[in-house]
Structure formats: C-alpha cells, structure tokens
Design a protein around this ligand. Structure first.
Ligand code: NAD
Length: 459
C-alpha cells in the first residue's frame, strides 16, 4: 500500500484525513491519498522559494530540468509500473507513452531553454528588448488519463521560466506525481519550488484557482470543469490556459491507403482505452470504401490490446452511452459489453447506424467506444467533422488531398496519414469548447512568463 503525502516546502506532510486510491484492474485499494482542503502552506512555501529560483540563470534552470529527466529516466521501469498500477493501462503503454514522454518533457524544455534567442526589435533611433519574467506562483491542475505525462508537460516549462509551482494531480491517479515529488527532493531541487497537493478537485483544486497569490492556472481536464475554473480565475485576471475535452474525427477519404489507415485509425480509436483527449472517437468513412475498410478494421480490432477504463463510475458513464446509442438507433458492430471479470473493463465497442448529430456521436464519451459514419463527398466529410461543440484534434487519411481537407477542419491539431505524431515545439490546444490557449515550445514559454518590453533610445 502506497501512502501518498503532500510535498510542501521540501517536506512530505499530510492533513489528517485520507481517502482511497482504487485499482481499475481489480478494485483493490492501492494507495491512500490526503484530502487536502487548504493551500496556504503551499503558497507560503512557494512564495519563500520564488526569489531564489527566479534568481538562477535560465541555463541553471535548464540543468535542473535535465537532472529531473536523468533521475526519472534511471527509474523508468518503476515509473511505468506505478503508472500502470494506478491507471490500469498495459505496461508497454505506460512505458512507451507515459513514462517515456514524462522524461522527454523535462529533456525537451531543458534543450528548448538552451536554444532560446533573445528577442529584440530595432527602430531607427531605439532598440526594444523583450524580457521574459517569471509570473510567480503558478497552479497546475491535471487529469487522470495520462497522469505524469500531462503534469510534467506543465511542470517543465513552468520551472524553466522561473516560476514556483503548486501542482494538483487528479485524485484518481496521484501516484506518479508523488513519485516526481520524491525524485525532486532526492536530487535536491530547492525546497518550495515544486509543491504538490492532493485531494478532491472541488476542494483543493478550487482553493488553488481561488487563491489571490497564485497568478496563473494551467488546467487540463473536462470542459465542464474548465468552465468553473474560468469563471473563478477570469475575474481575478489570472493567466489561464485551458486544455479541455474533444470529440475528434478520423476522416477516411476514398483514396486512403488502407495498409496504414486501418492500424492508424484503430490506434486513434482505442489507445489508452480511448481515454486520450486526442482519440478519434468518430470514424468518418467514404461510402465507396466503407465495406473494405470496416471488414479490415473489425478484424484487426480483435487483436488490439486495451486495459480497463479508469474506474467503475467512469465505466458506468461510458456504458450509459452504449445504451443511449441503442435508443438512438445505433447497431453494435463490435463489443458493447462488460467482460465478466473484476475491474473496470469494457469491450472495445464500435457502433454504426447513428446520425452524426446524435448525442452519442457528438458528446465526449472518453472511453473505448467509437461511432462510424459514412459520407459521399469532401464537403460532407468536412461538415460532419465540424458538427460538434468541440475542436481539439482530428486526422485525415488520404493519398492525395489530406492537407486540403485538414485545413478545413475546425480543430487545433490535425494529422494527415498519422495520429499522435508529436513534435513538442508545435502549438497544442483546441478551439471552440476544447479550450483556450496553446501549450508546447514557445507557446508554453509565453504562457509561463510575462513578456516585458524595454525600449532604449539611442544616444
Ligand atoms: P476533470 O475536469 O474531472 O478533472 C481534471 C482536474 O481538475 C482534476 O485534477 C480534478 O481534481 C480537478 N478539478 C475538478 N474540479 C475542480 C475545480 N472546481 N477547481 C479546480 N480543479 C478541479 O477531468 P478528468 O475526468 O480528470 O479528465 C478527463 C477530461 O480531461 C476529458 O474531458 C478529456 O478530454 C480532458 N483532457 C483534455 C486534454 C487536453 O489536452 N485538451 C488532455 C487530457 C484530458
């Protein structure tokens, strides 16, 4: 049994109340989590550490990021084991997706920081120097689907730019954030630079968003929670980055190369049991290749390994959409059942026969459930793809017109003939109800700093 504690000012401490962390694999209790309600101690610690941390040079902070990456990397199997334990995902996914990317987030921002150029703008009689000052204390709030992957995506650039941090991982998957805390204390990261508090979102999460000394909030989670975060933080003029939900389309054009398209679309449908905000949960297929695509897709689905979903209440939510799909006239083409074994399992489920405007095809399910729709023209594919409130990501599969179609999709990110192929320098984020702001490379640096201009008149 793992006992999770808060990391505040370099010490592991806890309030008196705890709650359980349950394994989605078999329903056993794997850890106890402190139910923190008050963020004052963490704010005081972060405030105390601020001048020392921001007083380091950018290059010194890059070295710290590399030290964190080195330490995580030297324990990468343990990191993957813990992530797999907490989320139920297969070990190879936890290792190759979560753990690998968590290390890389620190490595990437260390290297990115070393290569950052000073920004100047010349005038005939003056020079403008752009300084990037730290914001101060930043609040980082993350979800359960890619626990350390998404938290480290915020922690690394926030540290790079000289901020001190109060991080709150999801109460459903807190173990690897705790592991990161131990790594940082083991390598001697100055006390109070990274503080990690655990507990329920409406309690400690809300306390972070409300605290007047926390000047920026980077939030990744559901659209409904994002609205609450925005309603609290916006009137306080906090910097706000919101990475929210999605209902992404995988669009298979008539000239798609099915050799790469079928495995690619399957991966987009079911990786991490469909619990990635970027997953393609709507598959739009040109009617001329529908039969061929579907027979290959359903055949290859048989050998696609997935884990359980995150917990029983999420399983019930996902299954309620399978029921809704039937009421809306859908046919179950694969799956649709709860396997008879312990844990929060759902068979990978493919549903046909639904209108692309149905609730099942437009609301975020965030599980191993995909709806299939046919189209007859480019315009129809684009109109279907753009017919939800979300606009996070998407993929287009075509030999000749992928980019032309991709440019017409109202989403922050579109892949052509691939999916989840990530370059950490590029902008990441959504439009419409999928969020506000961008992260990645310069966009993260911009968010986690205040750009200040100094205009110097020539003699
Ligand atoms: P969630 O919104 O329930 O929780 C996210 C985090 O917010 C958790 O740490 C939670 O404790 C906290 N929280 C809850 N209420 C809060 C409040 N009032 N104030 C402050 N914090 C609060 O989301 P989830 O169920 O953990 O994650 C799944 C959702 O996240 C899906 O909608 C998915 O699409 C989205 N997501 C988006 C991205 C992206 O990059 N756009 C990435 C991953 C997941």
């Amino acid at each position: 049994m793992i006992r999770i504690e808060n990391l505040i000012g370099g010490e592991f401490v806890s309030p008196t109340e705890f709650f359980d962390d349950i394994s989605p694999l078999d329903g056993t209790v794997i850890a106890t989590i402190p139910r923190t309600k008050n963020v004052e101690g963490a704010v005081t610690a972060a405030e105390k550490a601020q001048s020392q941390w921001s007083g380091l040079s950018l290059l010194q902070r890059c070295d710290w990021l590399d030290k964190i990456a080195d330490s995580l990397e030297s324990q990468i199997d343990e990191l993957a084991r813990l992530e797999s334990l907490d989320t139920g995902k297969p070990h190879h996914v936890a290792l190759n997706v979560d753990a690998d990317r968590s290390v890389n987030n620190f490595r990437f921002f260390a290297e990115f920081g070393r290569n950052m150029k000073s920004e100047t703008f010349e005038m005939p009689d003056a020079t403008n120097y752009v300084m990037r000052k730290p914001i101060g204390i930043v609040g980082l709030i993350s979800p359960w689907n890619l626990p350390l992957y998404l938290l480290s995506w915020k922690v690394a650039p926030a540290l790079l730019m000289g901020n001190t941090i109060i991080a709150k991982p999801s109460e459903i998957t807190p173990i690897t954030a705790h592991f990161l805390g131990k790594v940082c204390t083991d390598i001697g990261l100055p006390d109070g630079v990274l503080n990690i508090v655990h507990g329920y979102g409406p309690e400690i999460g809300q306390a972070i968003v409300e605290h007047p000394k926390i000047k920026a909030i980077s939030f990744t989670g559901g659209t409904a929670t994002g609205k609450i975060v925005a309603a609290t933080a916006a009137p306080m003029f906090k910097k706000l980055s919101l990475e929210l939900g999605g209902k992404n389309a995988s669009i298979i054009m008539e000239d798609a190369d099915l050799e790469i398209t079928v495995p690619g679309v399957l991966r987009a449908s079911f990786l991490n049991s469909g619990q990635i905000c970027l997953c393609g949960s709507r598959v739009l297929v040109h009617s001329s290749i529908y039969e061929d695509f579907m027979s290959k897709y359903l055949e290859q689905l048989q050998s696609f390994e997935i884990g359980p979903v995150i917990n029983d209440s999420h399983r019930d939510k996902v299954m309620s959409y399978v029921q809704l799909a039937k009421q809306e006239g859908g046919h179950i083409l694969a799956g649709g059942n709860i396997p008879d074994k312990p844990g929060s399992w759902i068979e990978p489920t493919v549903i046909g026969g639904l209108s692309h405007k149905s609730r099942t095809a437009t609301e975020e399910i965030f599980g191993p459930v995909v709806t299939i729709h046919q189209f007859d023209s480019d315009d129809e594919a684009i109109q279907m793809a753009n017919s939800t409130q979300y606009g996070l990501a998407g993929s287009v599969w075509s030999k000749n017109k992928g980019r032309v179609i991709a440019e017409k999709i109202d989403s922050g990110m579109v892949w052509v003939n691939t999916w989840l192929h990530r370059d950490l320098r590029v902008p990441f984020g959504g439009v419409k109800d999928s969020g506000v702001g961008r992260e990645g490379g310069m966009w993260s640096v911009g968010f986690f700093s205040e750009a200040v201009n100094i205009c110097v008149m020539e003699d």
